[in-house]
Design a protein around this ligand. Sequence first.
Ligand code: FPP
Length: 222
Amino acid sequence: MDGNGRWAARRGLPRSMGHRKGAEVVKEITRAAGELGIKYLTLYAFSTENWNRSEDEVKTLMGLLRDYLQSDLKEVQQNNVRIRFIGEREMLDADIARKMAEIEADTLRNTGMTLCIALSYGSRQEIVNAVKKTAALVKEGDISLNDVDVKLFSDMLYTKDMPDPDLVIRTSGEQRISNYLLWQIAYAEFFFTDVLWPDFNKKLLEDIIKNFNMRERRYGKA
Ligand code: FPP
């Protein structure tokens, strides 16, 4: 969800206003994704690297997140959406981490779309954690080295039980992955748009999905 800062700068507004508008778009797009029949929607809300932003900006983002967890997610819950979070929770304020655990437990049995929010998330860190977990199981004798395969390793990641993404959309003209779901996107399709996240909307999402549906996915086969 890139481009909040530039959206604000172009209007002579502080960056926080860009994030505020970005958070509104999160709500609109979550609703739209449900209406379009998307089963899993993962949003990159805050990366491990984002902790290096100014104290002010981190505070704004955490404040928006707190509001979102406290009020906006209610609507999502009512729509039978299952919510889960991926990322390093230890880094987050205790009240936020508590609320996240509560929301995950409350929506565990919902059968509609899964909304996954990547928060304090870094893919390399996720992979290193998964390696450590796997090595510990081998060391304890719970599994043997030969048991380690793609499926077992996938189950050590935060995204356990979720299918790999079919489509990754990055806004704002940047054409990078930025430490996002590196393992999981092995066969994902990519769509890069110049539109800044605060200007993203349902119509655009529909157009991108139409584009995606026309692609031929071969998974390495001829
Ligand atoms: C990247 O744009 C965006 C972020 C680092 C934060 C994304 C957060 C939101 C959309 C709102 C909060 C999320 C939820 C789930 C309520 P940028 O700041 O890097 O923009 P720039 O590249 O133009 O500077």
